[in-house]
Design a protein around this ligand. Sequence first.
Ligand code: TXA
Ligand code: MG
Length: 342
Amino acid sequence: MTGSTTTKIIATDTAELFAAAVCRAAELLRAGELVALPTETVYGLAANALDPRAVAKIFEVKGRPKHNPIIVHVSDLEMARRCVREWSPAAERLAKSFWPGPLTLVLPRSPEIPEIVTAGGDTVGVRWPSHPFMQAVIAECGFPLAAPSANLSNQISPTNADHVRNHLCGQIALIVDGGQSQVGIESTVVDLSGGSSRVLRPGMIHSEALAAALGTGAFAVTESILSESVALKSPGLLEKHYAPTARLVVCSWKEEEDLNAQIAAYRAHATGTFVIAHTQIPSGTNLGGVSVVPHDAEAYARALYAELHRCDSEGAELIVVEALPEGPEWVAIADRLERAQS
Ligand code: TXA
Ligand code: MG
């Protein structure tokens, strides 16, 4: 992607660099500019959430459809409450259990939040991220930040500053390098705006953890609601999302011959085929590459997008991902792989 702006990437790995980056990012955000910032889930493309003209630039730069609302990021509970019209007991419980962290709560929108942020809707998604840089910038600004993932629309979210540069170089003035995102996939989005709690987008805070935090009282997340939740989508999940350029398939195999036969059936060149495995590791002598990712959901999520970005940058034609284990902690990863398959 080319553009007319000179994009600077700045480091944050000493106290002085961190402080200087906070000042520079806040300065641009106050001036109504966009800045790409690290969060613990994925990098975000941030703007002052209270400035509709700044938020409009997010839609332009990402090529984001106007009907897709943007999450608002805060640096404390008081700021979260100001973004919403009603702060419910369920919100209080989930916030107490999981904030700061990879959880977005959808609640009735406060009139202070411009319509463009919520795509004209009545609700707003609010998240208090745990990444220290993101927290410091929001606190320095004193206003909440609207921030979708810092990729072009429909592509894989960035989990480091290089990924952001590959998508947005020339489009924005500043990318802050806050290291590798520790969670690695996008936040869990929970809708609390109706009478019950529904997961709109699964994330690493999974349904069982949410149900446990909500308790078995009036705010319990019921089984039926949870199974329905996966079918019910955030507006942004209606489109193809989180997809690498290469074709991605999920397969199971025992022997390497079995894997090779499956690859042959996809009619991709062996050298253009990359395998991402966690348990049955092929030698892959004939293939473009083999990545071994940990057989542990948290570590797997942290590594997944970086692997997909790497396959794309190495010109993969076909990405073969080994089928995942079962279990609540794998649900969000399975969801992202599902979306990545064409
Ligand atoms: O982890 C994350 O959530 C990252 C980081 C940057 O915070 N952000 C992120 O934003 O993934 P984005 O825009 O790429 O995805 C946000 C999702 C979209 O599917 C959007 O439709 C949904 O959340 N969403 C946002 N506000 C909503 C609302 N008021 N109601 C329903 N869904 C909403
Ligand atoms: Mg996104």
